[in-house]
Design a binder for this molecule. Structure first.
Ligand SMILES: [Zn+2]
Length: 272
């Protein structure tokens, strides 16, 4: 990519990052603000998890997706627990979520809940990030010791400079999650542009485990354009959902996980 082209595309790339992984609708919104940009159409490139537009082909689908192939710090990864570095100085993340209005979208890649306020935050080593949206993958994108969990939930946050931090929760089959039913009872089976606002407030805390110890590493969006510079926080404790809840998502998205990517020179840390 030439320097000139980078200058033209850079604002678009940042807008894409703000949208977070799986956030096609938010990307569209961001792109709407760039009506005059010649790069507008490139974000319409179709990508999927199957066939000719599956993860191994993402980089071929659009010039802006090149990082999906050439990136050296891609997500997800396989977390090998005996290679994880226990870092004394890291403390568990602080989560400050409060019951909020959320709008549910089927963006063709996943079910996504968009927040309409900026009251929900996480703090990581003194840096605060605000929750933008959360969405789901089946099976999990991250592996732990080579094994997938049944599903994975991504809470996508952004700091004041636009840097992203994704808090990931692994989901395993077990007891029902009652709070989830507020979203699951109204998920659109077909792709929809307009969000459907749920009745009442949704409490994101009820999708979290009690223990917030985590694996930390530097990675990327797990969907095109696979932008790097994303701080990942993968909670070590999974959360149970019922088989029925998992199957309801599976009926719409049989699988929507990017395969694990090479760790390369990176290390995975844990907090204390
Ligand atoms: Zn995701």
């Amino acid at each position: 990519m030439t320097k000139g082209l980078t200058r033209v595309l850079f604002p678009i790339m940042i807008l894409s990052m703000v949208a977070g992984c799986g956030s096609e609708k938010a990307v569209d919104k961001a792109v709407e603000k760039q009506e005059t940009s010649p790069a507008k159409s490139v974000h319409k490139a179709h990508w999927s998890y199957e066939g000719d537009t599956s993860p191994e082909h993402w980089a071929e689908l659009d010039q802006l997706f090149t990082t999906c192939k050439v990136g050296k710090a891609q997500s997800p990864i396989n977390i090998l627990e005996d290679k994880v570095k226990d870092v004394e100085s890291l403390s568990p993340i602080k989560v400050e979520y409060s019951p909020s209005k959320v709008s549910i979208v089927n963006n063709g890649h996943t079910i996504q809940a968009n927040l309409n306020n900026s009251n929900n935050k996480i703090t990581l080593e003194g840096k605060t990030y605000t929750l933008q949206q959360f969405h789901f993958h089946l099976p999990s994108e991250h592996e732990v010791n080579g094994s997938h969990a049944d599903m994975e939930l991504h809470f996508v946050h952004k700091d004041e400079e636009g840097k992203l931090a994704v808090l990931s929760v692994l989901i395993t089959k077990g007891a029902e999650n009652a709070e989830l039913n507020k979203i699951w009872s109204m998920i659109p089976a077909e792709e929809n542009e307009e969000g459907v606002e749920i009745e009442g407030d949704f409490d994101m805390n009820k999708l979290l485990p009690a223990d917030l110890h985590s694996f930390r590493y530097q990675g990327s969006l797990t969907t095109p354009p696979c932008t790097e510079g994303v701080q990942w926080i993968v909670l070590e404790s999974p959360v149970p959902w019922s088989a029925e809840q998992i199957n309801k998502f599976k009926a719409i998205f049989p699988h929507d996980n990017r395969p694990v990517q090479p760790l390369g020179a990176r290390e995975v840390d844990t907090d204390n």
